[in-house]
Design a protein around this ligand. Structure first.
Ligand code: NAD
Length: 488
């Protein structure tokens, strides 16, 4: 029964490239396979684009731009709203699809559909509120008009860890602003984006406004698009290393860019924290998405007086977590995305232990099939350990003790990243000081998850440029024009 449902769902997903409102095979006839990380099995074969297809996708976005930019805001809003409604109708399919191709537990996949859908609703509402200004200049000699205009055709590159939400977080504001787009999903999880393109077509998005290509050669197909002078904007979510390379390519055309890059979030627990709240927050901040989130807490910086008790409580909770395929009832820990992710978690834990840390639970890879790593707690991590410097991107909770507030701030800020931080304290003044002192674009104060479509998501330092979501999100896809005209 379950397998039939999965088979039917997978058969219903388009396997072509979506260009100019048409589903078509790759020009060179190449294909790529998509696997289920929980079993290692191939679940679908889809088109594998070459640079020629990438150019065709950009051509379509360029052709469709003038009409879409001229479409009344209310019409654009209604299409986005229909997309939101259709997503609610299809939410179970989208959730199951993400569990199959990415591995997250089904309950979390449902949560991502809810979260990802909110960008469609939020930006459908923002569409009609794109505003300008009109007024006399200070000299009284003329009128100043400030107007907002869509940037133009955009290239959107998304990662594998949140296959739906990373797409809606870019597509919704782009379409709301009047931009057309080419989307390139991650090669490991392209099916959700193909289903999303189908949904947008069904919601009435005109041909060429949204174009999707899937490819196993991301660099080769993307670079000519980024260097094409007709492209006006690049929005990327992924690793800092790839983001830096794309910024170099974008520099040539002085392209507008938004970069949502890596994180290394500190999770600071003071001795005046409510430990129940801190442990609940830690479980969410660390183990959601099997630790594979840019917002995942990477370093648990815990006051020495409560570090043992905190470790004891999280260890108890982690021991109770069920590992398995995300479709199974009660599973909290699905597979990591691939072998490399398992190897990385193993290496980081080994390095920490060699430098003196202790594993209180977990610490080993699970035998295949599938790419599983046990949820793990490591205590007494010492300065200099790789696990404090690198993004773990796996279910490993690493605890470092601290002695006073200055020490906590120094440890928390001791990273090139600045995406999000989490702070647990019942002392209001201390909480406020931490808002001032931590160098991150977002903060959870006594909460373990901050993401919200109504909030500006984004990082400081090497975590990125620009914001997605909130009132800020649409401005990434708008450009300002100032006009001066003499008094009438
Ligand atoms: P990645 O950088 O390897 O890949 C991201 C995307 O870029 C994928 O679609 C990939 O195919 C594509 N890509 C890779 N090389 C490319 C190239 N040369 N040219 C064009 N495209 C290329 O990252 P990933 O492993 O898919 O995702 C994990 C990373 O993403 C982590 O570092 C995580 O922190 C980050 N992330 C950030 C956010 C955020 O909002 N800040 C959200 C989710 C994930």
């Amino acid at each position: 029964m379950t397998e039939n449902r999965e088979t039917e769902l997978l058969e219903s997903i388009p396997d072509g490239l979506y260009i100019g409102g048409q589903w078509r095979p790759a020009a060179a006839g190449r294909t790529l396979v998509v696997r289920d990380p929980a079993t290692g099995e191939v679940v679908k074969t889809i088109a594998d684009a070459s640079p020629e297809d990438g150019k065709a996708a950009l051509d379509a976005a360029v052709d469709a731009f003038p009409d879409w930019a001229a479409t009344p805001a209310r019409e654009r809003a209604e299409i986005l709203r229909r997309a939101f409604d259709l997503l609610q109708e299809r939410k179970e399919d989208f959730a199951l699809l993400m569990t199959i191709e990415m591995g997250k537990p089904l309950a979390e996949a449902r949560g991502e559909v809810a979260y990802g859908g909110e960008f469609l609703r939020w930006f459908s509402e923002e569409t009609a509120r794109i505003q300008g200004r009109y007024g006399q200049n200070p000299e009284g000699t003329g009128r100043m008009i400030v107007s907002q205009h869509p940037v133009g055709p955009c290239f959107l590159i998304t990662p594998w860890n949140f296959p739906l939400a990373m797409a809606t977080r870019k597509v919704a504001p782009a379409l709301a602003a009047g931009c057309t787009v080419v989307i390139k999903p991650a090669e490991l999880t392209p099916l959700t984006t193909l289903a999303f393109a189908q949904l947008l077509e069904d919601a009435g998005v005109p041909a060429g406004v949204v174009n999707v290509f899937t490819t196993s050669t991301s660099g080769a197909v993307s670079e000519p698009i980024i260097r094409d002078p007709r492209l006006r904007k690049l929005s990327f979510t992924g690793s800092t290393g790839v983001g830096q390379r794309l910024l170099e390519q974008a520099a040539q055309g002085v392209l507008r860019t938004s970069m949502e890059l890596g994180g290394n979030a500190p999770f600071v627990v003071f001795d005046d924290a409510d430990l129940d709240k801190a442990v609940d927050g830690a479980m969410l901040a660390k183990f959601r998405n099997i630790g594979q989130a840019c917002t995942a807490a990477n370093r648990f910086i815990v006051h020495r007086d409560v570090a043992d008790e905190f470790a004891r409580r999280v260890t108890e909770r982690v021991k109770a977590m069920k590992i398995g395929r995300g479709t199974e009832e009660g599973v909290a820990i699905g597979p990591l995305i691939d072998d490399r992710a398992v190897a990385k978690a193993s290496e980081l834990v080994t390095d920490a232990v060699e430098r003196g840390a202790t594993v209180t639970t977990g610490g080993t890879a699970v035998d295949g099939p599938g790419t599983f790593y046990e949820p793990t707690v490591v205590t007494g991590v010492v300065a200099g350990s790789d696990i404090l410097r690198e993004e773990i991107f796996g279910p490993v909770l690493a605890i470092v003790p601290f002695d006073d507030e200055d020490d906590a701030v120094r440890l928390a800020n001791d990273t090139e990243y600045g995406l999000v931080s989490y702070v647990f304290t019942e002392n209001l003044a201390r909480g406020q000081r931490m808002i001032e002192r931590l160098e991150t674009g977002m903060m959870g104060l006594n909460v373990g998850v901050v993401s919200n479509a109504a909030a500006p998501f984004g990082g400081w330092k090497m975590s990125g440029l620009g914001r997605e979501g909130g009132a800020e999100g649409i401005h990434e896809y708008l450009q300002t024009k100032y006009t001066l005209t003499p008094n009438p």
